[in-house]
Design a protein around this ligand. Structure first.
Ligand SMILES: NC(=O)c1ccc[n+]([C@@H]2O[C@H](COP(=O)([O-])OP(=O)(O)OC[C@H]3O[C@@H](n4cnc5c(N)ncnc54)[C@H](OP(=O)(O)O)[C@@H]3O)[C@@H](O)[C@H]2O)c1
Length: 344
């Protein structure tokens, strides 16, 4: 099948498909997963031209007794890379030290030895000799970010990594990092109901020439309208006020997305993605969302969002959704300073 997704340049000359694929929930997070369907979904994404694949060392269920980053999502993605390495831009992350569910999953490391060891482990699990985009997932707050990024820059010099990225950094952290090495991409949560990055981080990304990779662009599934209370209770969102106490109030945002979808012939998910591209254009920087799904058909639906055109009145109505949101984007099981807005 001929790829039908155009590419775009993030920062530092990194060209990727205009929509990426988030691999996290293929292994854990929002409900049961099936490894065979997960691999089919990954192949379908690449067939469709969605070739920018996102993972992290910490994604996936730990093996019995495993305490460090599980690496099982990277191992799943290695099966795709085994056949199609040349077609894919692979992004992975390091910095969160523990397996999902373990206390160390909320701890971070960014010292030079750890950076090097984490990269070697990801290369081994992914079965590749180079990572296209290597992100610092969460910074270690008591180590200067310049030190961590300096160690990451050594990996670029050695050919193990092609480009550097940062996740959930503040504007000041981003500027300090970019003074050490060009930053190709900032990955933080950004969607129609999570817009705090627009105040300072997005302008800083534009200033340093980094592209933006919004994670959870579909609000962890909520913005698609397909989320039910049963589905919330099946995964990591079961105790999150945004999804539980405020489930009904926040449906007003879904209803707005559906209304605009009826006008444009699109689904709520597609409108949510189209809003992000429109917002990136308005704010003057390349934006490449990475929605995740376990199902091939939804990969197609999400990629088809590139065809949706919002007129200025529709865009303005969608901008107004920010006033309807109830509940914070921070997850209650992570540290208070885990998202950049909470330490600015
Ligand atoms: N840097 C970080 O700290 C960080 C944090 C979180 C996530 N991420 C990255 O961002 C990626 C995406 O974020 P995310 O998975 O949290 O959230 P998301 O992409 O906003 O939403 C994913 C959820 O939406 C559902 N979905 C996807 N497309 C749909 C559609 N067209 N219609 C209906 N439902 C749809 C999926 O369910 P089904 O599987 O049932 O389709 C899944 O449960 C992750 O995979 C990960 O790579 C990074």
């Amino acid at each position: 099948m001929t790829p039908t997704v155009p590419t775009v340049a993030l920062g530092d000359g990194l060209h990727v498909s205009r929509i990426g694929f988030g691999g996290m929930a293929l292994s854990h997070a929002y409900g049961d997963t099936d490894p065979d369907e997960a691999l089919r979904t990954l192949h379908h994404a690449v067939d469709r031209g969605v070739t920018f694949i996102d993972t992290a060392d910490v994604y996936g269920k730990p093996r019995d007794g495993g305490t460090g980053p599980a690496g099982t999502n990277e191992e799943l993605i290695a099966k795709l890379l085994a056949d199609r390495r040349d077609e894919v831009r692979i992004a992975t992350k390091f910095g969160i030290t523990g397996a999902v569910g373990a206390p160390a999953a909320r701890a971070t490391r960014g010292d030079r030895d750890y950076v090097r060891a984490a990269c070697e482990a990801s290369l081994r699990r992914l079965g590749t000799d180079v990572i296209d985009l290597y992100y610092l997932h969460r910074r270690q707050l008591d180590i200067p970010i310049e030190e961590t990024v300096g160690a990451m820059a050594e990996l670029v010099a050695e050919g193990k990594v092609r480009h550097l990225g940062l996740s959930e950094v503040t504007a000041d952290e981003l500027r300090a990092a970019a003074a050490v090495h060009p930053i190709a991409a900032v990955q933080s949560e950004w969607s129609i109901w999570s817009r705090d990055v627009e105040a300072r981080v997005v302008p800083a990304a534009r200033e340093v020439g980094a592209g933006f990779v919004p994670y959870s662009p579909l609000g962890r599934g909520f913005l698609t309208g397909a989320m039910t209370p049963e589905r919330v209770s099946a995964g990591i969102l079961r105790a999150e006020p945004r999804f539980v106490e405020h489930f009904a109030a926040n449906q007003r945002i879904v209803e707005l997305l559906r209304q605009v979808g009826r006008e444009t012939g699109a689904s709520a998910a597609q409108v949510a993605l189209a809003w992000l591209w429109a917002q990136g254009a308005a704010l003057g920087l390349p934006v490449v969302p990475i929605p995740g799904t376990r199902r091939p058909a939804r990969v197609t639906e999400n990629a088809d969002a590139l065809r949706v055109v919002l007129d200025p009145a529709q865009k303005a109505r969608l901008d107004g959704a920010a006033d309807l949101v109830r509940g914070s984007r921070s997850l209650s099981f992570t540290p208070r300073d885990w998202v950049s807005a909470d330490r600015e």
